[in-house]
Design a binder for this molecule. Sequence first.
Ligand SMILES: Nc1ncnc2c1ncn2[C@@H]1O[C@H](COP(=O)(O)OP(=O)(O)O)[C@@H](O)[C@H]1O
Ligand SMILES: N[C@@H](CC(=O)OP(=O)(O)O)C(=O)O
Length: 626
Amino acid sequence: MALVVQKFGGSSVKNAARVLEAARKAIRAKHDGHQVMVVVSAQGSTTDDLIAKAHEISTTPSAREMDMLLATGEQISIALTALAIQELGEKAISLTGPQIGIVTDSTHRKARIKKIDTSRLVEALTTGHIVVLAGFQGTDELDDITTLGRGGSDTTAVAVAAALKQAGYDVQCEIFTDVDGVYTTDPRIVADARKMDAISYDEMLEMASMGAGVMHSRSIEFAKKFDVPLMVRNAQSDALGTWIVPEADWMTEIPVCGAALAYDESRLILDGVPDRPGVSHKIFSALASANIAVDMIAQSVGSGGKATIGFTVINSDREKTIKTLSPIVTELGATLREMGKVSKVSIVGAGMRTVSGVAEKMFRALSAEKINLKMITTGDIKISVLIEEDEVAEDTKDPGGEPIKKAHLESRKAVRGRQALRAIHSAFGLSQPRKGAGKAVGDFLKRPAPLVSTAPSDRASAVAKLEGMEDILVSGVHLNSDQSRITISDLPDRPGNCAALFTAIAEAGILVDMIVQNMTGPGKAELSFTVPRESLPRALKLAQDMAKTIDPQCAAVGDAEIAVLYVLGVGMRSHTGVAKTMFGALADRGINIAMINTSEVCLGVVIDKARGEEAAACLKDAFEIG
Ligand SMILES: Nc1ncnc2c1ncn2[C@@H]1O[C@H](COP(=O)(O)OP(=O)(O)O)[C@@H](O)[C@H]1O
Ligand SMILES: N[C@@H](CC(=O)OP(=O)(O)O)C(=O)O
């Protein structure tokens, strides 16, 4: 007998008929001989509607009261779902997050889970109930209600599954939604997006944090950390969905597995920043302390002792970011400006680590659509570009006349972003299946299952293990001293430059690692990228020739004296403390950061080669890695 945790998203409980369908699925799993837990979200667009209600009263509602309000959405769903199960003849009990003891920190509206007490759940399961738990909510140490951030019910489901796995249950977690699984990209935007059989934890983590709204990125952190098998599937069919599993060799054969669009980010630019050690730390540690996760960071190399730092934050953090940075901007004698509406398009794939020409293919596809890249950053297994949007509102009516989430309506306004997503999806042939997926999924499922043990003593030790379950997980620090960097400054801000340059580099068979492009002034961009040191002379010559062709004003310079330092783990970007610790440790030793890359599985910085070993050692100390 296994324990099945089924999560039904807002779309899957949006009305009575859907609630009854969800109830039937839960009952079927019970009749198949499993113990069943159901985690539900608020119905349809309820959370959006509640937010709108609050805004009718206050433009700046307090986060604590918002949590009190938003948690009610899920409370309605659990009662209705439990009633539906009872109506269909099975035993069910509904429970809120606070009732079962999901304890979080006090960061209202994006609280992190600190621990889960499984005793009430175990008791209800043991007495034969289908337990219906409210997603997205918990309670802090003051007993105040908290919520986990938009889409947070996935995180509740996987966290509870992880906790019950620690308590000895053979757990499987199913995320029911309104699509058949995880697609190569949002199927609402790209008609030939393909459902994947399987995707790795890291790939899904990046896809989710880059905008694939089908999963909440933090839920994947739990799944990876606690080895919870996860399947995303359709609430209205019995078809198998997509398994999210550990990385396997076949996944790296194709460089890109998916693409994502995010349209809820703001881009901020800091001009005239003094180019000296500790400045990045000052800026990003202030943001981290305010719990603001910075996404793309592009820091130009700088001239005359001044650098430009561009970065993005989600729109809801925009005002807080400006407020937090204002005193620092004054102190540094810098200026802070904003760019208009932007979209971010990203490609993700574990194979990207080793295959060359990926960036080139992406840039070429975008150039063919005459899409201008305002900012570029790369991560271990992803590349993101920022695109300026025209301020055009598209049709915002839902075709089915059903209540629709604001996020889905917003996506329709990202006209250039959607165009870019389609171009990239087609360039990488993503509608074609990845080889080897079927067999690999089969192998994964043959893993031995843990024995069920619910003895009270085991439960106590399991609860102890869960203390700090959402703490940062840094698994390693890696130094690469074999890279060199090329910087092209004064690039005219127009489509096609990056495509031309990286085509030449890819044709020469040179593997590009980090890429950062930033706007440095009106109509001017600066592009930096790293290549293996032995390829520097060839890559530099190509870059210089290309720079001259693009504009005689453009100059390319090479720097062989760099080292690239990576901090690896999960949740590297969204746990703001990682960047803070990293920049802080380097700043304390007066080590200057020349380039920064962020992603969920890796934070990378370029530093002076002479200080590489020392920097690696200080980061190992800072993260307590032996
Ligand atoms: N790569 C992707 N694969 C599948 N769905 C995606 C992807 N990217 C975005 N989506 C969108 O995510 C939606 C499901 O998420 P959401 O509306 O939050 O569902 P739920 O209410 O079930 O939590 C899908 O309808 C789809 O439009
Ligand atoms: N109701 C919350 C939490 C959630 O996870 O919703 P869904 O599973 O429908 O994305 C929200 O809308 O953010």
